[in-house]
Design a protein around this ligand. Structure first.
Ligand SMILES: [Fe+2]
Length: 229
């Protein structure tokens, strides 16, 4: 199933989460600090496959203060070409994207659209981990006003909930890292975001060979139990 048809299906069922899709992962060898080698990437993909994932969105970090879109896209392509000969038919499909760190006025950056997830107009945005200044608020709202780009907030659970709820009011979609759904005190809020259709995607955000995929099935069961209660 293509990412486009997954998105269309989600539009029909706003609260549905597709657990065969990992929307946020750092699995391209040498492209960023997510995988230091082909072997690491192969282990990551094997773990994803074991967790029932059919599609992985490879989203290396894009830092606008360190990279140009041209150099990033070239590095990502070379990294993917290193990996692709070793992929077999039963492996998850890999789609190329980016995790773009927001900076002031990024909505005006040349070729920003080229950082959207392959086959979509969705741009995975990493917000800052310090108090968001007014310029960052302006930037995310301007980005949301662009007709050709749909921002998706990466690991939305990491930011102050009051900030995220302001973005929700603007219709901005969220991506959650799957492990947040196992956190006993905070997960009720995340479940309600899912139930209300604010969470478009879940991601592993895997770096190296961490435990991200081990909890994938536990999270699937927890979300299904919550949404069907
Ligand atoms: Fe990430």
């Amino acid at each position: 199933m293509s990412i486009v048809s997954i998105i269309r299906r989600k539009e029909r069922n706003r609260a549905a989460i597709d657990f065969t899709l990992d929307y946020h992962a750092h699995i391209l060898p040498g492209c960023d600090h997510g995988s230091d080698s082909l072997e690491t990437s192969q282990k990551q993909i094997a773990m994803a496959k074991a967790a029932g994932i059919k599609t992985i969105c490879a989203t290396p970090h894009f830092y606008p203060n360190r990279d140009t879109t041209h150099s990033f896209l070239l590095r990502r392509q070379l990294s993917y070409e290193k990996l692709s000969p070793y992929l077999v038919k039963s492996d998850p499909q890999i789609l190329l994207g980016a995790e773009v760190l927001i900076c002031d006025a990024i909505e005006n950056m040349d070729e920003l659209y080229s950082l959207c997830l392959e086959g979509t107009n969705e741009l995975l945005i990493e917000m800052p981990f310090y108090k968001w200044p007014s310029s960052i608020w302006a930037t995310i709202y301007h980005l949301n006003d662009r007709e050709d780009i749909r921002p998706v907030i990466a690991h939305a659970e990491r930011y102050p909930a009051e900030n995220i709820e302001l973005l929700i009011r603007e219709g901005i979609s969220l991506q959650l890292n799957v492990d947040c759904l196992l956190k006993p005190f905070k997960r009720k809020r995340y479940f309600s975001w899912i139930e209300n259709g604010y969470v478009a995607y879940l991601g592993s955000d895997i770096h190296t060979t961490g435990a991200n995929y081990q909890d994938w099935i536990k999270c699937k069961n927890a979300v299904n139990a919550f949404c069907s209660r």
